[in-house]
Design a protein around this ligand. Structure first.
Ligand code: PHB
Length: 385
């Protein structure tokens, strides 16, 4: 394919795919799975409404019962969940969209109330994060997690591998490994949560070992060109930090860059404000990684256009704007206004505040005599040959 123009609404190659545009729907936890944490018809409608995004990354989906961190988030570890996801992937494909599943293990920020037999959540080290878990009975203080034994690590890698196999069966186009926002893989990466003395702790190479093993296992299922990784170098969400994020994430980006992945997806901001004046060096991380880079965190259309035109990002992921704007791409295309999300209906509940946000009304045809152009490509159609 010839060189495509560097505009937000122009096609872009991503692994084996040609995406219709560079707008990515970021993973958004909505806590609306059905019983058994099984995706349901309402979830398929929600994603199908958003299929004009160049790429959808699904909400984070736990790879095992142990990986669960909140009630009603979807899983990817049971046959029913695989069946439930099939409705979603079919609905998105029918609209010409592309969707990757985000693979998630929350590690220490789970709670015994959410674990089988009231077990302790697991973590690299037995360090209690500051803050509260969200359980079926509301917020409860985080507990001190149980440090994983070295011999349990292959089991964690196995959880991700099996989940990746399930995602393949469920009809996704690829998977994203969630190594951001203070969840299990990030707990290994950063040095305020990993005090291990085995080969999974200490040096940056050791702290990255679990992410590397998971990425290689998942790539063994999907091919690295259909696997992305998400990082959040300066995000303090879930009480996580690193004493030298530039060095840590520069190293990780370089190492991931050698694996031939579909992309690196970075949460460039801090969701908490607790990171103070730490700044994120996008150019450095992007250069060390060397492959396709998706930026995320507080972008609007203008900033996204600028990042792409200047070559500092290849695609941009929008989270919050996708809650209330199913047709975000269409709105960007015409410079239309954006709906505002209702904060009360972001997490949990039914169709209200989920699938009832309106798309812009289609423009009336210019002349009633003008016949519709049958050959015109549908927006969001995959362009791969
Ligand atoms: C959340 O549910 O608050 C949440 C989930 C996944 C993330 C970040 C936040 O990556």
């Amino acid at each position: 394919m010839s060189e495509v123009s560097k505009n937000l609404l122009k096609p872009v190659r991503l692994g084996p795919y040609t995406l219709a545009n560079r707008v990515v729907m970021a993973p958004l936890t909505r806590r609306r799975a059905g019983s058994g944490n099984v995706p349901q018809a309402m979830n398929a409608d929600y994603y199908a409404q958003r299929a004009s995004a160049g790429l959808i990354i699904s909400e984070a989906s736990q790879v095992s019962p142990q990986g669960l961190g909140y009630p009603m988030t979807p899983g990817i570890h049971t046959p029913d969940q695989v069946e439930g996801w099939k409705q979603v992937t079919k609905a998105v494909a029918d609209k010409g969209g592309r969707i990757f599943l985000q693979l998630w293990h929350v590690g220490r920020v789970s709670h015994p109330d959410l674990q089988e037999d009231g077990a302790l959540p697991v973590a690299p080290s037995a360090i209690k994060p500051d803050g509260e878990a969200y359980t079926v009975d509301g917020h409860k203080p985080f507990v001190t997690p149980r440090a994983l034994e070295t011999g349990e690590i292959p089991g964690i890698v196995g959880q991700f591998r099996r989940a990746a196999e399930n995602a393949l069966m469920a009809g996704f186009d690829g998977v994203e490994i969630h190594a951001a926002n203070g969840y299990l893989l990030d707990q290994f990466l950063r040095d305020n949560s990993n005090f291990r003395t085995d080969q999974y702790g200490g040096s940056r190479r050791n702290r990255m070992r679990l992410l590397r093993e998971v990425t290689e296992a998942v790539s063994g299922v999907w091919g690295a060109e259909r696997v992305g990784v998400r990082l959040s170098p300066i995000n303090a969400y879930n009480d996580i930090s690193d004493t030298d994020p530039d060095a840590t994430f520069g190293f990780i980006a370089r190492e991931l860059g050698r694996l031939g992945l579909a992309y690196l997806h970075v949460v460039e901001t801090d969701m908490t404000g607790k990171s103070g004046d730490l700044s994120y060096d996008r150019q450095m991380v992007r250069k060390k990684f060397g492959g396709t880079y998706i930026g995320n965190g507080g972008y609007d259309k203008d900033r996204a256009e600028e990042a792409i035109a200047s070559g500092s990002a290849d695609l941009v992921a929008f989270g919050a704007p996708y809650i209330a704007n199913p047709d975000l791409v269409g709105r960007f295309a015409v410079g239309g206004p954006l709906n505002k999300a209702d904060p009360e209906t972001i997490y949990g509940g039914d169709e209200k505040g989920y699938t009832d946000y309106p798309a812009l009304a289609p423009k009336a045809p210019e002349s009633p005599r003008k016949p519709p152009k049958a050959e015109e490509p549908v927006q969001g159609m995959p362009l791969d040959i």
